[in-house]
Design a protein around this ligand. Structure first.
Ligand code: HMG
Ligand code: MG
Length: 307
């Protein structure tokens, strides 16, 4: 890893989740053409990894029920952008593979309550559901991300012990996931907790190179948490354009860390991302108009007011 003068990474990969984590939680249904334009604009702003949609049960997440219609509209991007999709089970994998998707993400939970509410399974039976998905995706030459939700706190179970998170994370990693994304689904983490979890995962044999962070910004801690993770050596940070997002199955989950807020900090630190803040802000302002409400991102609001 290239390291800047102050011990921070020289480059960070922003893993854009607005089109999936953001839109899955919108009350209004966004037309598929608008989604396709959103993803194209994100790509034009320089984002290299854009999570496009989910192949989940359409009744569970109706906002993403148009996955089959959306992916073909993104075909022209395939040679310059990674377009991962969420897949919970073999049925979802079949749907994704049929459309040529080769980058997928399974999504587990560190807590039993959320596993049951989000996947209708226990933690261990969800891992059993993911095992053939990961194996088949890898056989197809695919790349697999393993999300882990409720890594810090859970709205029903409270604070989640680090050891409990490490057990499930290690199991996901041992299924063959190429990378893990540590989800603070309800945004309760603070920097010391982040470093404690990252260190415990390293001690358990999961290297920092395989770890990304996924912060929701409920308590305004997402940037502080991100900085702590970068100082630990993490170089993949999930964020959502305009701060869209939440999770329909986790009460008190608000939007993700806004990509613009992240970019403001990374640009200020001289960390490269390849993303153009002006173009991205214009995209989020446009998306906010489509959704009929202002962007929750402070950076989007500050830069939009300047005009
Ligand atoms: P289930 O009801 O237990 O499913 O749901 P099942 O296996 O019993 O099957 C029931 C029926 O659903 C069957 O149809 C299946 O074919 C069908 P029938 O035979 O009865 O006609 N089915 C499907 N259809 C289409 N696509 C599929 C699929 N699977 C089964 N993939 C299931 C289990 C996992 C499917 C369900 O719980 C589900 O779809 N959950 C998704 C929930 C979700 O998407 N949550 C949001 C994403 S996670 C998140 O946001 C957190 C994250 O951002 C990180 C963080 O912030 O922490 C990633
Ligand atoms: Mg999320």
């Amino acid at each position: 890893m290239e390291v800047g003068t102050d011990g921070l990474p020289a480059r960070v990969r922003i893993y854009e989740v607005g089109a999936r984590d953001g839109l899955q939680n919108e009350k209004a249904t966004v037309p598929v053409e608008v989604k396709a334009e959103f993803v194209h604009r994100l790509a034009d702003a320089g984002l290299g990894t854009i999570e496009a949609t989910s192949f989940v049960h359409p009744k569970w997440v109706p906002q993403l029920a148009d996955a089959e219609q959306l992916l073909p509209l993104l075909d022209d991007l395939a040679d310059r952008v990674s377009l991962p999709v969420l897949v919970p089970n073999e049925r979802g994998l079949d749907r994704a593979l049929a459309l040529g998707a080769r980058r997928i993400a399974v999504f587990g939970s560190a807590t039993e309550t959320f596993a049951s509410r989000n996947l209708n399974r226990t933690v261990d039976s969800s891992l059993a559901m993911f095992a053939p998905v990961v194996a088949r995706a890898k056989d197809e030459g695919g790349h697999v991300r393993g999300y882990l939700s409720m890594c810090f706190g859970d709205p029903w179970e409270g604070a989640v012990p680090v050891g409990q998170v490490v057990r499930v994370a290690k199991a996901l990693y041992e299924l063959g996931c190429d990378e893990l994304s540590l989800g603070d689904t309800i945004g309760v983490a603070t920097p010391g907790h982040v470093v404690a979890l990252l260190s415990a995962l390293n001690e358990a044999g999961v290297p920092t190179e395989a770890l990304g962070v996924h912060f929701h910004d409920t308590y305004g801690q997402a940037l502080a948490n991100t900085l702590a993770a970068l100082q630990h050596g993490v170089t993949t940070v999930d964020a959502s354009a305009g701060g869209l997002g939440g999770c329909p199955y986790a009460k008190s989950a608000t939007g993700n860390l806004a990509t613009e807020d992240l970019l403001w900090m990374l640009d200020g630190l001289g960390i490269e991302t390849g993303v153009d803040l002006g173009q991205l802000t214009a995209t989020s302002a446009w998306m906010a108009e489509q959704l009929g409400r202002p962007s929750p991102s402070r950076t989007v609001r500050a830069l939009s007011h300047k005009e």
